[in-house]
Write a protein that binds this ligand. Structure first.
Ligand code: LRH
Ligand code: MN
Length: 436
C-alpha cells in the first residue's frame, strides 16, 4: 500500500487515542443511565457485559459495493479478492468490537491456498463463520447449468453437480475452521405448472440428504428459506414451514436460518422466530432490513422496532431457559454507502436492539399478559425500546477495545477508504464481489 491511511483504523493505539476525549462524558452518561435503570431494578453492568459478548458475522460479499439487476456503481478502493475483503472486515471489527467472524461465499471467495487464507484471517483477529454455497449462478466452464434449478433440477447430473459443490464448500470450510454450511437455493418456477410442487420438494430432500451426510459431526446445516427471487411464481424452500419440515426430515444437525428480507411485507417475523424456537429448529439469522422485497438494506434502517421485537423473542427464550445456539450474520447489499460504514452501523444497530430487549421487565410483562392488560403489556416493550442505550453500546465497545462514541468518525478520520482507492487502483472494474 504505497499511500498509507492517515491512521490505521485497526491500530489499537489510534482507536484508544480517538476514544480519549470522550471517556469522561461517556462515564457521566453511563452513570446517569445506570441510576435510571437501577430505579427499574436493572443492573446496567450486567446488561453491558452481556451486550459486549454479542457478536455477528460479516458477509464477505458485503464489503464490496452491491448492485441491483439494473446496475452496480462500484465505489473507490473496493476489495479485489478475499484477502482484501478480510482486511476490510478487520477494520469493521476493530471499530465496532462486534464482528470477529466472516461468512464466506463460494466460488466468489475461492482462493489458491486456504491455509494461507486462514493464517491471514488469524493475523487480522478474525475467524470464519458459516460457509455459503452458490448454485444460483453458472460458473465459466461449468458442465451443467443451473438455469432450471440445482438440488431440485429434473436432471440427476445437475443435482449431482450441485451436491458436489456443497460438499466442496464443507471441505473448504473445514480447512478454515468453519462449523456450518448455509444452504440457500434459488430453485423455483416462474409459471404455474412449470414445476411439480411436490416432486420438486422431494428432490430437494433427496439432494439435501446427500449434503447432510457429508457434514462433519460438529457441523450444522442452516436452511435458508426465501419467498421469491430469482423465481417469481414458486420457490422450493419458500417459507419457514418448508424449511422446518426439511430440517426435521434431514436430522438434528439441520436448522432453519431466517433472512429478514425473505418474507412478504408485513409478515410477523418475530412470530416465525417464536415458532422455530418452539420447534428447536432456529439456527441463525441473516440480518438486514427491507421495505418491499429482499432489499438487503442496512439492519435497523427501515424498521428498528421489528428488529427489537425479534431480539425480544430471543431474550424471552433465554429468560424461559430455552437453550439457543444461534449463528448471527449480516446479509446486506450496499449500493449507495461505503460498505465498511454501513456494516459498522448495522452491527451497532443489532447491539442496540439486543440491549433494549434485555431491558424488558419480563416478570411485569408476564403479569400484564396474564391479566390481559394489553396496553400495559405493550408499554413494557415500548419502554425498553425507547430507552437510549447509547452509553451501554459505547461502554461495551470500550470493553472490546473498540471505538467509543463515534466509530464512523474514527473510521473517516483514518482516511482508510482514500488509501484503499490508491492501493487498489483497478478495484472499480472487478466484480468479484458477486451480484450483491
Ligand atoms: C439470497 C441470499 C443468500 C445469499 C445471497 C447472497 O437472497 O440472502 O443468503 O447466498 O443472498
Ligand atoms: Mn441471506
Amino acid at each position: 500500500m504505497n499511500t498509507l491511511p492517515k491512521a490505521n483504523p485497526r491500530d489499537r493505539d489510534y482507536i484508544a487515542a480517538s476514544n480519549k476525549p470522550y471517556s469522561a462524558e461517556l462515564n457521566a452518561d453511563y452513570e446517569t443511565l445506570g441510576l435510571q435503570l437501577q430505579r427499574r431494578g436493572i443492573d446496567i453492568d450486567k446488561i453491558t457485559r452481556t451486550v459486549a459478548a454479542f457478536s455477528v458475522a460479516l458477509p464477505s460479499w458485503g464489503v464490496g459495493t452491491g448492485g441491483t439487476r439494473f446496475a452496480r456503481f462500484p465505489g473507490p478502493g473496493e476489495p479485489r479478492n478475499v484477502f482484501e475483503k478480510l482486511e476490510d472486515c478487520a477494520v469493521i471489527h476493530a471499530l465496532s468490537g462486534a464482528t470477529p467472524s466472516v461468512s464466506l461465499h463460494l466460488p466468489w471467495d475461492r482462493a489458491e491456498d486456504y491455509q494461507a487464507l486462514r493464517t491471514h484471517a488469524q493475523k487480522l483477529g478474525l475467524r470464519f463463520d458459516a460457509m455459503n454455497s452458490n448454485t444460483f449462478q453458472d460458473q465459466r466452464g461449468q458442465s451443467q447449468s443451473y438455469k432450471f434449478g440445482s438440488l431440485t433440477h429434473t436432471s440427476a447430473a445437475v443435482r449431482e453437480q450441485a451436491v458436489a459443490h456443497n460438499v466442496d464448500c464443507i471441505r473448504i470450510g473445514q480447512q478454515l475452521g468453519s462449523k456450518a454450511l448455509t444452504l440457500w437455493i434459488g430453485d423455483g418456477g416462474n409459471f404455474p405448472g412449470q414445476h411439480h410442487l411436490a416432486l420438486t420438494y422431494e428432490r430437494y430432500l433427496q439432494s439435501a440428504a446427500q449434503v447432510y451426510t457429508a457434514l462433519p459431526s460438529d457441523w450444522r446445516l442452516l436452511i435458508e428459506h426465501k419467498m421469491y427471487e430469482p423465481a417469481f411464481y414458486s420457490t422450493v424452500i419458500q417459507d419457514w414451514g418448508s424449511s422446518m419440515m426439511a430440517a426435521q426430515t434431514l436430522g438434528e444437525k439441520a436448522m432453519c436460518l431466517v433472512d429478514l428480507g425473505h418474507h412478504a411485507p408485513n409478515v410477523n417475523i418475530e412470530m416465525i422466530v417464536a415458532r422455530l424456537i418452539h420447534a428447536k429448529r432456529l439456527g441463525g439469522f441473516h440480518f438486514n432490513d427491507s421495505k418491499y422485497g429482499d432489499d438487503d438494506l442496512d439492519s435497523g434502517s427501515i424498521d428498528p422496532y421489528r428488529l427489537f421485537l425479534i431480539f425480544n423473542e430471543l431474550v424471552d427464550a433465554d429468560w424461559r431457559r430455552v437453550p439457543l445456539s444461534l449463528a448471527h450474520m449480516l446479509d446486506q447489499s450496499h449500493n449507495v454507502t461505503d460498505p465498511i460504514e454501513s456494516l459498522i452501523i448495522s452491527a451497532t444497530e443489532l447491539m442496540r436492539a439486543y440491549s433494549q430487549a434485555l431491558l424488558v421487565d419480563r416478570g411485569m410483562l408476564a403479569e400484564h399478559q396474564q391479566k390481559n392488560d394489553a396496553l400495559m403489556a405493550t408499554l413494557m416493550l415500548k419502554r425498553a425500546f425507547t430507552t437510549d442505550v447509547a452509553p451501554i453500546l459505547a461502554k461495551a465497545r470500550v470493553m472490546n477495545e473498540a471505538a467509543i462514541v463515534d466509530p464512523l468518525a474514527t473510521y473517516r478520520r483514518s482516511g482508510y477508504r482514500a488509501a484503499c482507492a490508491e492501493a487498489r487502483p483497478n478495484a472499480t472494474t472487478s466484480t468479484s464481489s458477486g451480484i450483491v
